[in-house]
Design a protein around this ligand. Structure first.
Ligand code: AMP
Length: 505
């Protein structure tokens, strides 16, 4: 191990026990898991601190753990912790340890791999080619298959994260240059990845051939920046330059930025759920302001489902922009009929059965004065298991609502996700197992309606709906149209993504 590449690891207490770990609330465990956020910067003396700020802005993409790796010209420095960015990366001692001009970071809510510190990214390895740190947003659909092959060939895995497969593939490549090794590794992957990687000479940003997960390129006083979303550029005062394109590998070194397109070009298939739920409303994803799109989804919902009601109430925060759009289009007044407690932290003491029964009230409370005696249009962005809706509809009735009409600003989720959103298996998806009327009865509302799939595309600016839309988004949750092979699920060895690329080439 050369001195140059030796990482200074500060991974918390010995034995891999997580720092500051707290059990999530049992009823939190019932909600979905979120995906991840990535960030990278090259050529700033306080790169580690800037990365911490960027991750802070990406916190909504993952609250389980955060990590940063920096490189100071000689050594890599690693800090990885369970918990929120602000729990650790505001401490001067930690930021001081992340010295150097280049840095990458990750916020995580595990989509694959267990909740243990050694799965927390960035992952680091000292390769023949030099030190290599990588962080990943997305989920590979052939990671288990690749891992089995690698283990049979003698690879020793340190984590259960699918990202480690990428490190092993890079390590094994016999190509000459680091970028060639990296690209050869990417060729073997199937599924979704937006990667930010750091070597002792380069910062790399890469998006899978379909561009399923987002990644943007920014500029801070001449220093290139990669981030999952533009809100992470805004927080450090960086300019948005452009989206990293689907299938693009952007390599940054001291000589500048070099763009590579190693795969045959295919039309992008960005994930529609970024617009519906994941991305922060102030971010611009694929040229669209997320807040505007969500408002348009609400307007479209009003066009498709006009209802006689007295008040439009959002399920905060996720339903707010759509509810504003619905209210504007329908002319029904918008009111905050539900108040969200923002301080329900992950460190909340595990509740007793008695407290557990209070369930959702910890997070949401009815604002009775606004709903009593009213016909309420209740708006949320999505319905998955129905857990939230059941509780909130009941809460509205208990607060005295005369009628409750639940409108969902996205179509019924009938299929699981394997690209990093990690929706539950189909047997737990309400819409996969019940008719509209059955769902209405389950959530207990006077009426229940969803935005149509064409309505979603119209809100995205595609007037003719889904089938005429370019790009056609990754919308398998609603359509079952998975844009890549699902090798780990189907056991079919030839990844569809790869064969699709080879055909295109
Ligand atoms: P459910 O309660 O299972 O029907 O889930 C729907 C609620 O979870 C809505 O309020 C959404 O805003 C929210 N939601 C949707 N997708 C996700 C996700 N991947 N992770 C966490 N929450 C989500």
């Amino acid at each position: 191990m050369s001195k140059r590449n030796t990482p200074v690891e500060n991974d918390g207490p010995a034995g891999g026990e997580p720092h500051g770990h707290a059990e999530t609330l049992p009823f939190d465990a019932d909600t979905l898991r979120e995906e991840c956020g990535v960030f990278g910067i090259f050529g700033q003396s306080d790169a580690g601190a800037l990365t911490a700020l960027g991750l802070h802005a990406l916190q909504h993409r993952g609250q389980e753990a955060a990590g940063i790796v920096s490189f100071d010209g000689e050594r890599f420095h690693t800090e990885r912790h369970m918990g929120l960015v602000g729990d650790y990366f505001t401490k001067q001692s930690i930021i001081d340890r992340l010295s150097g001009h280049a840095s990458i970071g990750h916020v995580r809510y595990s989509t694959t791999g267990e909740t243990i510190l050694r799965n927390v990214q960035p992952l680091f390895a000292d390769l023949d080619a030099g030190g290599f740190a990588v962080c990943h947003n997305g989920n590979l659909t052939n990671a288990l298959t690749l891992r089995d092959q690698l283990v049979r060939d003698g690879a020793i895995f340190q984590s259960t994260s699918d990202t480690e497969v990428i490190i092993h593939l890079v390590a094994r490549s016999r190509k000459r240059t680091f970028v060639e090794k990296f690209v050869e590794a990417l060729w073997q992957l199937e599924g979704a990845y937006s990667l930010v990687a750091l070597t002792n000479k380069k910062l790399i940003g890469a998006r899978d051939p379909l561009g399923i997960r987002p990644l943007v390129l920014g500029d801070l006083d001449g220093s290139p920046v990669f981030a999952s979303e533009t809100c992470a550029l805004d927080i450090i005062g960086a300019k948005f330059v452009r989206d990293v394109e689907n299938g693009e590998v952007v390599v940054v070194n001291k000589d500048g930025i070099h763009s590579h397109f190693p795969f045959p070009r295919v039309p992008p298939r960005p994930c529609i759920f970024e617009y519906i739920y994941f991305a922060r409303p102030d971010s611009v994803v694929g040229g669209r302001n997320v807040y505007e799109v969500r408002k348009r989804m609400g307007r479209q919902l009003a066009k498709e489902n006009p209802i006689k009601a007295d008040v439009v109430v959002p399920v905060p925060d996720s339903g707010v922009p759509a509810a504003i759009g619905y209210a504007q289009k329908s002319g029904i007044p918008y009111e905050m009929g539900i108040i969200r407690n923002h301080y329900v932290g992950r460190t909340f003491i595990e509740p007793t059965q008695q407290i557990r029964k209070l369930g959702v009230k910890l997070k949401h409370s009815a604002n009775s004065a606004q709903v009593k005696g009213q016909r309420v249009v209740l708006i949320d962005d999505s319905l998955v298991r129905g857990t939230t809706s059941i509780k909130i509809v009941q809460m509205m009735y208990e607060a005295g609502a005369k009628e409750v009409h639940l409108l969902v600003a996205s179509p019924p989720i009938t299929h699981s996700d394997y690209y990093g959103i990690d929706t539950p298996d189909a047997d737990k998806l309400l819409a996969a197992n019940h008719s509209l009327e059955e769902m209405r009865k389950i959530v207990g509302a006077d009426s229940l309606q969803f935005l149509s799939i064409d309505g979603i595309y119209k809100a995205m600016g595609h007037k003719k709906g889904r089938n005429a839309a370019v790009p056609q988004f990754t919308d398998h949750c609603f359509t079952g149209d998975y844009p890549t092979g699902l090798t780990d699920r189907t056991g079919k060895a030839q990844p569809k993504q790869l064969s699709l690329l080879q055909e295109a080439g």
